[in-house]
Design a protein around this ligand. Structure first.
Ligand SMILES: [Cu+2]
Length: 148
């Protein structure tokens, strides 16, 4: 969502400049504009956050069972362009393996096929294109342990 509304940017920066000048001139009139501009800046900064980031997984922070294929679902904070999704498994030696990915039930989710793995620490490295045109590269760590 970054820089997609120049009018808002102008308003925000204009407001901040007015705010500074207003303070300098001790004109009370400017203080409302100043608050409005700061508020708009906070709102637009929040909206400029990364897309798409993981908001939840079917692993739920729990380790996967060793030596068992699994399907892990990832949920994102935005719909993703499924054809541009790439997911790699990384082991502790840094070796990367591309994983099979399937479309999720909704456009903001995907399924990842996890192969047979030994107990240990792993990470998923994913590269996604969100529907707003932003690419995101990120890592998601997870553990594999012997079933209890
Ligand atoms: Cu975005």
């Amino acid at each position: 969502m970054r820089s997609q509304n120049p009018a808002m940017g102008l308003f925000v920066w204009g407001g901040i400049i007015a705010c500074v000048i207003g303070d300098a001139m001790i004109l009370r009139k400017f203080s409302n504009l100043c608050s409005a501009a700061l508020f708009a800046l906070l709102v637009t900064s929040a909206a400029a956050g990364a897309h798409a980031i993981v908001t939840g997984t079917s692993m739920n922070g729990q380790p996967l069972a060793a030596n068992r294929v699994a399907e892990v679902e990832l949920h994102f904070n935005s719909a993703v362009e499924f054809n541009f999704v790439r997911v790699f498994l990384i082991n502790v030696k840094g070796q990367e393996t591309r994983l099979v990915v399937k479309a999720g039930k909704t456009r903001d989710a995907i399924f990842i096929q996890i192969p047979l793995l030994k107990p240990g620490a792993y990470a998923l490295r994913y590269r996604l294109l969100a529907v707003d045109g932003h690419f995101t590269d990120n890592l998601l760590r997870f553990a594999v342990s012997e079933p209890k």
